[in-house]
Design a protein around this ligand. Structure first.
Ligand code: G16
Ligand code: MG
Length: 210
């Protein structure tokens, strides 16, 4: 039985991908190329610097380390402008209810996200206090599909990974959860998330809404 639940942020709790996209697109525009929504799919669950690497490949742009850091910083400033206006109404359907229900059943709850802005986002959404532990991009060095983030999250909850269920929307995140030794619930399309133990469309399918 599930003693701990570990949630990815973007795509599971809130759709921040659309704001990442707006900020990456405007960087691409300044660099002189188009970055499409289809290109953006490749950035889901991927760290900031790896996302930049993919974007530069799409545009065929060369950049040294200092230039890359400056680009990533400019993108993040614009992204933070967007997420500064996030509101609790943008929590994905059923997510808040499901977190509350897990807590009332005594299940420990953690966040396992690649984002360095995770704490800020949870505070904006008014749900920071629903998490017993937050493991995010400021606390881990190896990106998904490496299991580091989910191993750290189960350890922070004081649980074995096998007693935890990971909720993920990205293929690399599903792989990371399986590699950690947890059960994984994929959120999204069954073909992309084939490795998951179960695939659902959203947390609203698990939340009992009265
Ligand atoms: C999220 C997004 C990624 C983003 C990454 C890093 O991951 O899905 O697109 O690049 O965080 O975000 P930041 O630039 O804020 O550090 P997750 O793991 O929450 O799905
Ligand atoms: Mg995600």
């Amino acid at each position: 039985t599930m003693k701990g639940a570990i949630f990815d942020l973007d795509g599971v709790i809130v759709d921040t991908a659309k704001y990442h996209y707006l900020a990456w697109r405007s960087l691409a525009k300044r660099l002189g190329f188009e970055f499409t929504e289809e290109d953006n799919e490749r950035l889901k669950g991927v760290s900031r610097m790896e996302s930049l690497q993919i974007l530069l490949e799409v545009g065929g742009v060369e950049a040294n380390e200092a230039e890359r850091l400056e680009m990533a910083d400019a993108k993040n400033k614009e992204y933070v402008d967007y997420i500064s206006r996030l509101e609790p109404s943008e929590i994905l359907p059923g997510a808040r209810e499901y977190l509350l229900q897990l807590r009332s059943r005594g299940v420990k709850v953690a966040l396992g996200s690649a984002s360095k802005n995770a704490e800020f986002i949870l505070n904006r959404l008014g749900i920071a206090e629903l998490f017993d532990a937050v493991i995010d991009g400021t606390k881990v060095s190896k990106a998904k599909p490496d299991p580091e983030v989910f191993l750290a999250a189960s350890a922070a909850l004081g649980l074995e990974p096998s007693a935890c269920v990971v909720f993920e929307d990205a293929a690399a995140g599903v792989q990371a959860g399986k590699a950690a030794g947890s059960k994984v619930v994929g959120i999204g399309s069954a073909d992309i998330l084939a490795e998951a133990d179960r695939v659902i469309n959203g947390l609203y399918e698990l939340a009992e809404i009265h």
